[in-house]
Design a protein around this ligand. Structure first.
Ligand code: C2O
Ligand code: CU
Length: 579
């Protein structure tokens, strides 16, 4: 069983246990004896079963089980101790066990709320709040059911509830060392890179674009979605003038995967101010990295990219030989882009397909009709890629794969999620059952270039309740906090930095660090054995633990976030900062 499915199983069992106890309590109160005994027995079993799931999760990593071990386990134990023996005595008047059963139900529910609303890390504050809630709910039930608890018991309950509530609230909302909000750290501007050799102008504006024969209201660069394809040759100096005609919430250009100087990175509020209607901003940087990249707005990025403010950036080492095609996949108003394209290619011609996922979720790509190699991922060439046949690749949000092959005499087709987007002729293939490439074992390995790390950070990805400008929201969190309250990770120029990224939530988080590429060290305890993978976008799945590292060689203040942009906007963004 994977850790991801254990997380789900544990949650389901906890819900069943809570429901069983509460239902049993209610049935007992209504003197429905067989129903009460049945539900309570079921709840007892479920509660005991959780000991197994919690132990297994704790063994997979403390991050997955911290609050379950520290808060849910003691509360469940209390539930079993209070309700279990009374049940076994099978009382003559079933109503007499209603309160103990309800207590067990509140205890299970309280622990469940801690997991769902707070998650990792466990805190004394949330534990105490849970206890306060359980005691209060039990006391109320006791009254309502007309039982008369002795004075001492009810006084004790009030004291415990109030003390737990007060301390718990104090601990839970105490201001944590509030991180300094990153602001305008400019280290190098675009002027020192030399005379521009490639100039482009991108004008952002609302536009109506036609997709599969339908008119779609979009936000577009130069009236088209995707925006113009920007191409350059290694060594060029790019100068891109961004203008905003009427995007009220502002635009910027972020060069996704391109490790530009910090001042050119295009993150509003961090490296520049958003470009408002009527304004412009000039980006300038040297094209030192060859490969497949893309650009997109980083102002209200979730909405902005979804509405169409993105395009391709390709930097080639030399002029194109053979066929070189970019396939930026996107979903615009529910319709898939790009439109399918068919063009015959003469046998023997080298073909490179540059696949780009500009959506917020993973896509599955399958190339039918030819053996191929994955030549590069996220702009970095792979070492010793071997030929693949009938194998699919999964590209995370923001990620890029370059597939290469020599055109055969028969047609070839590229499927994205089962739909043909590019072909050299008619191909019928059922690609749905193909195995998926694991890049961590693909190609030829090299030893990790470092033997020690100067800085190590752990990022535990989860969900939790968060106060955002005093409004509660169910945020996507990192280490229990949400943007802008996640402390920045501080490094020094020259440090070798290691990230351990843990997903204890139930959804995928495509992780993306700006300004750097990270080398994948391991996934779920297994070292990467294939070609060195220098990535800027990778999927961290539920239950996954990734270790990646990089040299801190690009000073500034860098966004470090989930590239499911809705998650990023709902809290899952932090910053890497050079001291
Ligand atoms: Cu492509 Cu900060 O994003
Ligand atoms: Cu995410």
């Amino acid at each position: 069983m994977t850790v991801g499915s254990l997380l789900v199983a544990d949650l389901v069992i906890a819900v069943l246990a809570a429901a069983g106890w509460l239902g049993g309590g209610a049935a007992a109160a209504a003197r429905r004896r067989p129903l009460a005994l049945g539900l309570a027995a079921f709840a007892l079993l479920a509660t005991v079963a959780r000991a197994i799931t919690i132990t297994a999760l704790a063994r997979a990593g403390w991050w997955f089980a911290a609050e379950k071990v520290l808060i849910a386990a003691p509360l469940s134990l209390a539930a079993v101790v209070v309700a279990g023996p009374r049940l076994l005595r099978a009382p003559g008047d079933i109503r007499s066990v209603a309160v103990p059963l309800l207590f067990a139900g509140y205890a299970e529910s309280g622990a469940l709320l801690v997991t769902v609303l707070h998650g990792y890390p466990a805190s004394a504050g949330t534990g105490l709040l849970a206890v306060a809630g359980v005691v209060a709910a039990t006391s109320v039930s006791w009254r309502v059911l007309g039982a008369r608890p002795s004075r001492t018991v009810s006084r004790a309950a009030v004291v415990v509830a109030v003390a737990a509530l007060v301390t718990g609230t104090g601990l839970a909302v105490a201001p944590d060392a509030a991180p300094a909000t990153p602001h305008d750290h400019r280290h190098e501007d675009g002027r020192s890179v030399g005379e521009p050799t490639r100039r482009f102008t991108l004008t952002a504006a609302t536009a109506t674009v036609s997709v599969s024969g339908r008119d779609i209201a979009a936000w577009a660069f130069n009236g088209q979605v995707p925006g113009p394809e920007l191409t350059a040759t290694v060594g060029d100096v790019l100068e891109v003038t961004l203008r905003n005609r009427d995007i009220a919430r502002g635009v910027t250009l972020h060069w996704h995967g391109y490790d530009v100087p910090n001042s050119q990175d295009g993150v509003p509020g961090v490296t520049q101010a958003a470009v408002l209607p009527g304004q412009e901003f000039v980006y300038r940087f040297r094209a030192d990295q060859a490969g497949t990249y893309w650009y997109h707005t980083h102002a209200v990025s979730d909405v902005g990219v979804r509405m169409g403010l993105y395009g391709v950036l390709v930097v080639r080492p030399a002029p194109v030989t053979g066929v070189d095609v970019t396939v930026p996949v996107h979903t615009l108003a529910g319709l898939p882009l790009p439109a399918p394209r068919t063009e015959p290619v003469e046998a023997g011609v080298p073909v490179r397909l540059r696949l780009i996922n500009t959506d917020s979720t993973t896509h599955r790509y399958a190339l039918a009709g030819t053996p191929f190699q994955v030549a590069a991922i996220d702009g970095s060439d792979l070492q010793g890629p071997t030929p693949l046949v009938d194998t699919a690749v999964l590209i995370p949000a923001g990620g890029r794969y370059d597939l290469v092959f020599t055109a055969p005499a028969t047609p070839v087709a590229l499927f994205v999620d089962g739909r043909v987007v590019y072909s050299t002729g008619p191909v019928s293939a059922a690609t749905g059952a193909w195995p998926v490439l694991d890049p961590l074992t693909y190609g030829v390995g090299s030893p990790v270039p470092w033997s020690r790390f100067d800085k190590e950070f752990t990022l535990v990805l989860d969900r939790g309740l968060d106060l955002h400008r005093l409004l509660p929201r169910y945020a996507h969190t990192v280490n229990g906090a949400a943007d802008p309250n996640i402390p920045p990770q501080v490094v020094r120029l020259g440090d070798i930095v290691k990230f351990t990224i843990v997903d204890r939530s139930l959804v995928v988080h495509p992780w993306h660090l700006h300004g750097h590429h990270v080398l994948v060290l391991s996934r779920n305890g297994k070292p990467a054995t294939g070609s060195p993978l220098w990535w800027d976008s990778f999927d961290v799945r539920p239950g996954d633990v990734w270790e990646v590292a990089f040299p801190a060689d690009n000073p500034g203040m860098w966004a470090n976030h989930c590239h499911n942009l809705a998650h990023a906007d709902a809290g899952m963004t932090l910053h890497l900062m050079y001291s």
